[in-house]
Ligand binder design. Structure first.
Ligand SMILES: Nc1ncnc2c1ncn2[C@@H]1O[C@H](COP(=O)(O)OP(=O)(O)OP(=O)(O)O)[C@@H](O)[C@H]1O
Ligand SMILES: N[C@@H](CCO)C(=O)O
Length: 327
């Protein structure tokens, strides 16, 4: 259920006329998604996506929307907010912020192959190159500061047998992220939640699958680029039943990424710790969603165990690294 705010046809026609998107034809609810209200909007210029934000506010949106616009201007395959006729990045429906974005072609990226991973790797590297001149800054909303605040709160309510693992990895990450090497990693504004359900893929089943675009930037923040790479690969390249990387996906993803944005010796040295950080982020957020749900109506928690398994695997597994690096 993804329609929390109902937009009747009659108000849609008036509301959509605030954007230079052409003459309104119809509006259709989108059934998936759990955070925001999403509709397809058809006009005489094509199909658009209307998103009405149920939680994000006027204050928090500009970073995310400016990032999407910046990436779009640089030619990256992303959902891009259309500015209103007044030149604004968003308007309001029923008092809630709302945007209109281009509708990305393709299908859900849930079933992936090595070619899909190669395409995602290339797309991600292009996004990382494109933000090098992006001026806005925002801390990772689910980064170390959030873990330090959240873990003491959830520790007494999570199963006893995972408490020491949580506390141990938090200490390891405080040491890692407080160090000079972490701070020296190339960094910038990143999606930071680029799971398969936040991308569209075309040519499925042909062996030449291609990512047509990514969306849902609403956990974006400024992080090391290889942290974003680790978040994305931990989802796209993993066998979720075991937590292990699927070797052909891991290699395809990293080779394609490094071909566009060569990786450095420092990034290689930090890779295992960063993969653990990326796994830990979702273990902690899923535990928090599961054991201290904020709004049961809006949140269907994902399985925290998947990311505990990934973390345990990344702490010790053999890791592939592309041959050529910049130093
Ligand atoms: N720009 C877009 N182009 C095509 N489809 C889109 C676009 N934006 C959203 N969608 C579709 O709408 C669905 C819901 O969007 P999204 O995943 O952002 O929902 P949400 O509720 O905001 O977030 P969550 O991922 O937390 O559930 C997606 O699965 C996708 O199919
Ligand atoms: N992608 C996240 C949900 C949104 O941050 C997860 O699967 O836990």
């Amino acid at each position: 259920m993804a329609v929390f705010t109902t937009v009747p046809e009659i108000s849609a026609k008036d509301f959509i006329s605030r954007w230079p998107a052409g003459a309104f034809r119809s509006i259709t609810p989108i059934a998936s998604g759990i955070e925001n209200t999403n509709y397809f909007v058809d006009t005489d210029t094509g199909r658009w996506v209307l998103t009405i934000f149920e939680k994000l506010t006027d204050k928090t949106l500009p970073f995310y929307l400016s990032l999407m616009e910046h990436l779009g201007e640089k030619g990256c395959a992303v959902a891009r907010p259309l500015r209103t006729k007044n030149g604004d990045l968003f308007d309001h429906y029923d008092g809630k912020p709302a945007i209109l974005t281009n509708r990305l072609p393709g299908e859900d990226g849930r079933e992936v192959t090595a070619p899909t991973c190669a395409s995602m790797g290339e797309t991600l590297a292009r996004m990382h190159l494109a933000v090098q001149d992006f001026k806005l800054w925002q801390e990772n909303p689910r980064g170390l500061a959030w873990w330090i605040e959240t873990i003491p709160r959830i520790l007494p309510i999570v199963p006893a047998d995972i408490r020491s693992g949580l506390a141990h990895e938090l200490q390891a990450q405080i040491a890692l992220q407080g160090g000079e090497a972490w701070k020296a990693l190339p960094a910038g504004a990143c999606h930071s939640d680029l799971f398969r359900n936040n991308a569209k893929v075309s040519d499925i089943g042909t062996g030449h699958e291609r990512v047509t675009g990514v969306f849902d930037f609403f956990f974006a923040g400024c992080v090391p680029f290889i942290y974003d790479l680790a978040v994305t690969m931990n989802d796209w390249c993993t066998d979720m039943k075991t937590g292990e990387f699927i070797p052909e996906r891991e290699k395809a993803f990293l080779d394609a990424y490094a071909f566009v944005r060569p990786l450095s010796g420092l990034e290689k040295q930090m890779w295992r710790g960063v993969l653990c950080a990326a796994a830990f982020r979702f273990w902690v957020s899923r535990l928090s969603d599961f054991y201290e749900p904020r709004d049961a109506a809006l949140l269907k928690p994902h399985d925290p165990e998947e990311f505990r398994r990934i973390l345990v695997n990344r702490q010790v597994c053999d890791l592939y690294w592309p041959e050529a690096s910049t130093d």
